[in-house]
Design a protein around this ligand. Structure first.
Ligand code: BG6
Length: 487
C-alpha cells in the first residue's frame, strides 16, 4: 500500500471510534501495516479542535489497544489525526470536507470512509459524498465501510442498499460484521477446509445437531435508546449468529476470493427453511431478563426480547434433517460464544455399560470466546475397570499454542482488509437481504398484538426454561463451556 491514504471517520466523537476504531488503527500503525503516508480525519457534530479529538481517542487507546506504548509512538501517530466538525446531512459541510481533504493530501490519494454514526445517517452521508464528488475514483480508490445494523427489516435494508448503489458500486461497499474479523471465526474456515479429517464427517450422516451460542453477561447498558427498538434478533441474529451458521454449514468455496466465499454463504442462507407462519412458536423462544423494563431508557412496559432461541433447518443434501439450534441473550450466566457439533452415537455398543451410565456422543466444541480454542470430546476407558467409560476432552487453546498476545481485535483485521480492497470478510447486499427475509416473519409473529409476551428469565441464568423445552422436545439439551451440560 504505497499510496497516500486518508481514513475519514464519520461519527468520530462516538463510542465506537474511541473504543474500537482508533485503538485498532493505532495497533496497525505500531505493527507497520498502515500505508507509510496516511492520515485519519474525524468528522462529527461535536465542536472539537484537532487537539480535543486527539485527547479523546488517546483515552480509548490507553484502555483498549492492549499494548504498552511510548510517548513518542503516540505523538507520531497523533500528528496524523485531524478533526473537522460537520453536519452529516449538509452539502455545505461536505464541500468543506472535500477542500480539507485536498489540502491535507496535497496530491492523489486513496480514501476509506467509515460510517460509525447512528444508522439513520448512512443514506444521507453516502448521498452527500456522491453529490460532492467524494466517491469518484479518479486519482485513487474510494471505499465506504458501513457499520451494523444494516436496516431494521427487509424493506429498510433494501432501501438502504438501493440508495448506496445509487452512488457507489457494490465493490466500493464494505458492510462490516465484526464477528467475521475475529480470529477464531476465521479459523473456522481453516479448521474445516485446511484439514482433511473433519470434512468427511461434516454432514447429516454423522452430525446429530449443531448448537450456536452467543451469551453475554452484560445487560443493555447505556444503549437502551437503540436496543429497546431493536431487540436481540436484530442486534445479534440477523448478523453475527447467521454469519456463524453460514460458516459452519457452507460448502467449500473454490477459492478464498471474496465472491467465491460470499457465493457459498449466500447459498446456505437461501437453503435455510423459512419458519412457517403460524408455527413460529414451535421453532422459537423469546425471553426478557427480569428487571429489563427498569433499565434507564427502556419503556416500562417494553416487550423487547433480550434473549432468543431458534431451531432452524437447512434444506440441502448436506444438512437435510439436522437441526441447528441458535441462542443468544443478555444477562446470561457467562460471556461465551461457541459452536457445538454433536455427532451421532455409535449404532451399537458392545461394552456392558455401568449402571446409570449413558454413552455420551462425540462433541466438537469450537470455543470462539473468551477461552479461544477447540475441544473434541470422546469416550475413554477408565483404567483398572473391566470396561467402564468416561468422556474426556482433547483440547487446543490459542493461548498455549500461540502465546497470550496472539489474538488481535477483530477491527484490526477488518480495517486492514478494507484498506487492501479485500471484501471477503464483509457482507454482500444479497446476503443481508436473505438474512432479513428469515428474521422478519419471526419478528412479525412475536410482535403481533395480543401475542404472548416474552418469557421472563432471571439475570445470571441461561435464559428462560422454555428454551430448554425447545430442545427437550427433540430429546436434546443445551451444551455449554465447550461440552459441559448446562441446566
Ligand atoms: C454487537 C451488539 O454487535 O455485538 C452488542 O450490538 C453486543 O449488543 C456485541 O454486545 C457483542 O460483541 P462481542 O464481540 O463482545 O461478542
Amino acid at each position: 500500500m504505497a499510496n497516500s491514504t486518508t481514513i475519514v471517520i464519520f461519527g468520530a466523537s462516538g463510542d465506537l471510534t474511541q473504543r474500537k476504531l482508533v485503538p485498532a488503527l493505532f495497533n496497525l500503525y505500531r505493527k507497520r501495516r498502515l500505508p507509510a503516508d496516511f492520515r485519519i480525519v474525524g468528522v462529527a457534530m461535536t465542536e472539537w479542535q484537532d487537539a480535543d479529538f486527539r485527547a479523546a481517542v488517546r483515552v480509548g487507546v490507553d484502555r483498549f489497544s492492549g499494548y504498552e506504548f511510548t510517548g513518542e509512538e503516540w505523538a507520531a501517530f497523533a500528528a496524523r489525526l485531524y478533526y473537522r466538525p460537520g453536519n452529516f446531512t449538509m452539502v455545505r459541510d461536505f464541500e468543506q470536507l472535500a477542500k480539507t481533504l485536498a489540502e491535507l493530501e496535497s496530491g492523489p490519494a486513496d480514501r476509506l470512509y467509515y460510517l460509525a454514526t447512528p444508522p439513520r445517517f448512512y443514506a444521507d452521508i453516502v448521498a452527500r459524498l456522491g453529490q460532492t464528488g467524494l466517491t469518484v475514483e479518479r486519482d485513487g480508490w474510494r471505499r465506504v465501510i458501513i457499520e451494523k445494523p444494516f436496516g431494521s427489516d427487509l424493506t429498510s435494508a433494501r432501501a438502504l442498499n438501493q440508495s448506496l448503489h445509487h452512488v457507489l458500486d457494490e465493490k466500493q461497499i464494505y458492510r462490516i460484521d465484526h464477528y467475521l474479523g475475529k480470529e477464531t471465526v476465521q479459523n473456522l474456515l481453516v479448521f474445516r477446509f485446511a484439514n482433511a479429517i473433519f470434512e468427511p464427517v461434516w454432514n447429516r450422516n454423522y452430525v446429530d445437531h449443531v448448537q450456536i451460542t452467543v451469551a453475554e453477561e452484560v445487560g443493555v447498558e447505556h444503549r437502551a435508546g437503540y436496543y429497546d427498538g431493536a431487540g436481540v434478533l436484530r442486534d445479534m441474529f440477523q448478523n453475527h449468529l447467521l454469519q456463524l451458521l453460514s460458516l459452519v454449514a457452507m460448502e467449500p468455496p473454490g477459492s478464498f476470493k471474496a465472491d467465491a466465499l460470499r457465493n457459498e454463504k449466500v447459498k446456505v442462507m437461501s437453503a435455510v427453511r423459512p419458519i412457517p407462519a403460524g408455527r413460529v412458536g414451535d421453532h422459537t423462544v423469546r425471553g426478557q431478563y427480569r428487571g429489563y423494563c427498569g433499565e434507564p431508557g427502556v419503556a416500562p412496559d417494553s416487550q423487547t426480547e433480550t434473549y432468543a432461541a431458534l431451531r432452524l433447518f437447512i434444506d440441502n443434501w448436506r444438512w437435510q434433517g439436522v437441526p441447528f439450534y441458535l441462542r443468544s441473550g443478555k444477562r446470561l450466566a457467562e460471556k461465551t460464544t461457541e459452536i457445538v457439533i454433536q455427532f451421532k452415537c455409535p449404532p451399537t455398543v458392545m461394552f456392558p455399560l455401568s449402571p446409570g451410565y449413558d454413552l455420551t456422543p462425540n462433541i466438537l466444541a469450537l470455543c470462539l470466546q473468551p477461552d479461544e480454542g477447540i475441544h473434541l470430546r470422546f469416550e475413554a476407558k477408565v483404567p483398572d475397570t473391566a470396561a467402564d467409560m468416561r468422556s474426556v476432552d482433547m483440547e487446543f487453546h490459542y493461548r498455549t499454542s500461540f502465546g497470550p498476545a496472539a489474538i488481535p481485535e477483530a477491527y484490526e483485521r477488518l480495517l486492514l482488509d478494507a484498506l487492501q480492497g479485500d471484501a471477503a470478510l464483509f457482507t454482500r447486499s444479497d446476503r443481508i437481504e436473505l438474512a432479513w427475509e428469515l428474521i422478519d416473519p419471526i419478528l412479525a409473529a412475536w410482535r403481533q398484538p395480543g401475542g404472548p409476551p416474552p418469557a421472563i428469565y432471571d439475570p445470571g441464568a441461561w435464559g428462560p426454561t422454555e428454551a430448554d423445552e425447545l430442545l427437550a422436545r427433540d430429546g436434546r439439551a443445551w451444551l455449554h463451556s465447550c461440552g459441559r451440560h448446562a441446566g
